[in-house]
Write a protein that binds this ligand. Structure first.
Ligand SMILES: CC(C)(COP(=O)(O)OP(=O)(O)OC[C@H]1O[C@@H](n2cnc3c(N)ncnc32)[C@H](O)[C@@H]1OP(=O)(O)O)[C@@H](O)C(=O)NCCC(=O)NCCS
Length: 200
């Protein structure tokens, strides 16, 4: 995997690469000009995100100005090194296929958190698994993580299959700890991966 070095970040003691590539994808941090396509993408994916990503910022976007505000937040959190949002794009077409979220749990360990969604038209082709594998490499090699964790709803089979295909270990199961808008109760699966496990 190649780390993309342009657009260095000068907010900390060491530059953080602005993205990376995998076999089929480019992954990069967002730019303000992404707002023009991020707005329609968000609206096209609203139903797809409603059940398991109801709190996702994309859910509140109805205009390009909304999208610009969300992306400005992504840029600021990247610069502050508090969270890293990356878009994943097909190399062959430049089309957006998925988003990767890397949250900072704490920099002392360091422990990071992984999240993702696919654009609904691009599910079922392994893009998220490929992007998440690349993101784990970015977490451990570029950001220096000791541990990466992931949480997902225990009924979100597609999501935990991505985590398991990436080699993440199921570490726990919180039962019926979340009530959905329709009143159904579901639990939370906890996954983790340690640096030395990723190496092996
Ligand atoms: C969770 C989510 C990202 C999973 O998306 P996905 O399309 O299933 O994941 P991938 O892109 O990795 O594709 C994997 C599927 O493509 C298939 N596939 C096809 N070609 C493939 C290839 N070349 N390589 C790998 N897998 C391939 C896999 O077999 C797998 O299908 P399966 O699970 O039925 O076996 C998606 O359902 C989503 O966006 N959900 C809404 C948001 C959400 O829930 N986010 C997670 C919150 S924790």
């Amino acid at each position: 995997m190649t780390i993309i070095g342009e657009q260095p970040d000068h907010s900390g003691s060491r530059d953080i690469a602005s993205g990376f590539e995998t076999a089929r994808l480019w992954l990069r941090r967002y730019r303000l000009e992404d707002a023009s396509w991020y707005a329609p993408m968000s609206m096209q994916n609203r139903d797809h995100l409603a059940r398991y990503e109801s709190g996702n910022a994309a859910m509140g976007i109805t205009t390009e100005a909304d999208a610009a505000a969300v992306i400005q937040g992504f840029i600021e959190s990247w610069n502050a090194r508090s969270a890293f949002f990356l878009g994943a794009f097909r190399k062959e077409s430049g089309v957006f296929v998925a988003q990767i979220y890397i949250g900072v749990v704490n920099w002392d360990l360091p422990e990071l958190e992984l999240g993702y969604f696919a654009a609904v038209a691009h599910t079922g082709q392994g893009f998220v698994t490929e992007a998440a594998q690349g993101a784990l490499h970015f977490c451990f090699r570029e950001l220096g993580a000791h541990r990466v964790r992931l949480e997902c709803d225990d009924t979100n089979i597609a999501s935990y299959r991505v985590a398991e295909r990436c080699g993440m270990i199921r570490e726990g199961h919180l039962r019926e700890n979340h009530r959905h808008a329709d009143g159904t109760l579901t639990g939370t699966l906890l996954y983790g991966l340690l640096s030395h496990e990723f190496d092996s």
